[in-house]
Design a protein around this ligand. Structure first.
Ligand SMILES: [Zn+2]
Length: 373
């Protein structure tokens, strides 16, 4: 099943100038993109970013996104291939994996440096880029249901986009992610993810990056925080979910969410673009196994956020930061979701109603195909 491939990519422009990229499975015939025949309005003006002096965080203000598409029916889906009755965002009648610039982006399309801060009362254009990644031409299904070859092509697309977006002026962090399930705010059912290229380092990445850097410095650069945590989890064993040849997955000792699994490379890689072919092969396989396991936990699909943490484009934080997936779900029972209330939303102080050891036992069984009801 495994092989080292690199997907082929064809690039084109949509009617309003946005870039679209077709990533094809190795077996697909060479593609010549179909021109976009739509008459589209001009792209919206960029939104704003404002600097919050109270916290030191940036806030993107994207009021134009209020008009974006919300749960369209299948015959009007913007991610389905174009048909005579549905001129979608993807002009071709078929595709494997497609990446294109979001029509209603919260960041971009300008690419420019932001200062470290902005004076109170001033705003800057929300530079950066927001891309949509459609995993399949099929309107229904999920990443977990993709054939291995297709998941591998998605991994290749993530790697190519990470390299390309990291090279844009002003980009400080590239974040591929998937929100899955209407319960957590998904506005399109078609299986897809997104990539945000931020002009600043996000609060969470800054927090994780600072912790990684402190550890790295205390160890004189001889070991990394996430590499060490992986060694400890592997030695302890009770929270391990999958141990592979290049990646392993575990429920972290201090998991914050009712369902939380981290998938971590054994080697200190910064991002998707730094992975070898063999690592990407295994990553596609293990991601499918984990997501299938999440869906086997209950009788209905589990909503989740798949957050691919990549090392920030920052000379201090990057050397200490290791690429990994944080797969989280607010689902705490078949019919119960955890909502972020006062302690979590206001204070960032998580209270987990499940023990990480018990969660690991259940996820491990589900991944192994022995889901208990
Ligand atoms: Zn669709």
């Amino acid at each position: 099943m495994h092989h080292t491939s690199s997907a082929r990519v064809a690039s084109a422009r949509l009617a309003d100038g946005r870039e679209i990229l077709y990533f094809d499975d190795p077996a697909t015939a060479p593609r010549v993109p179909v021109p976009d025949a739509r008459a589209l309005p001009a792209r919206p003006e960029p939104g704003q970013v404002r600097y919050d002096e109270l916290s030191g965080d940036w806030v993107a203000v994207a009021a134009h996104r209020q008009t974006r598409t919300h749960l369209p029916p299948a015959d009007a889906c913007p991610l389905c291939p174009t048909t005579p009755s549905n001129a979608s965002e993807i002009p071709d009648p078929d595709y494997d994996v497609v990446v294109f610039e979001n029509r209603f982006p919260s960041l971009g399309p300008v690419a420019a440096d932001l200062p470290d801060a902005l004076p109170w009362g001033t705003v800057a254009a929300a530079a950066g880029r927001c891309e949509v990644v459609s995993f399949t031409p099929s309107h229904t299904g999920a990443f977990a249901e993709l054939p291995y070859e297709r998941a591998r092509t998605v991994v290749e697309a993530w790697a190519q986009r990470t390299a390309a977006l990291s090279a844009l002026p002003g980009v400080r962090q590239v974040f591929p992610f998937e929100n899955r399930g209407a319960d957590i705010g998904v506005t399109l059912h078609h299986p897809h993810g997104q990539i945000y290229a931020y002009p600043y380092i996000t609060p969470r990445a800054a927090q994780l990056g600072a912790a990684a850097r402190r550890f790295f410095d205390a160890e004189d650069g001889r070991s990394t925080l996430l590499g060490t945590l992986l060694e400890r989890e592997s030695a302890a064993g009770e929270r391990m979910v999958i141990e592979g040849g290049h990646f392993s997955a575990f429920v972290p000792f201090a998991a914050r969410w009712p369902l939380e699994v981290h998938l971590v490379p054994h080697r200190h890689a910064a991002d998707f673009a730094a992975l070898t072919g063999a690592e990407k092969d295994e990553l596609a396989d293990l991601t499918l196994r984990l997501l299938k396991g999440f869906d086997a936990l209950y009788g209905t699909p589990t909503p989740y956020i798949a957050a691919w943490h990549q090392a920030p484009l920052d000379r201090v934080l990057r050397p200490a930061s290791r690429f990994h997936l944080q797969l989280t779900s607010p689902r705490r029972a078949a019919d119960k979701l955890k909502f972020l209330a006062g302690s979590e939303a206001a204070m960032g102080a998580f209270i987990n109603d499940t023990t990480p050891e018990e969660t690991a036992q259940r996820v491990r069984a589900a991944v192994a195909g022995k889901a208990a009801v």
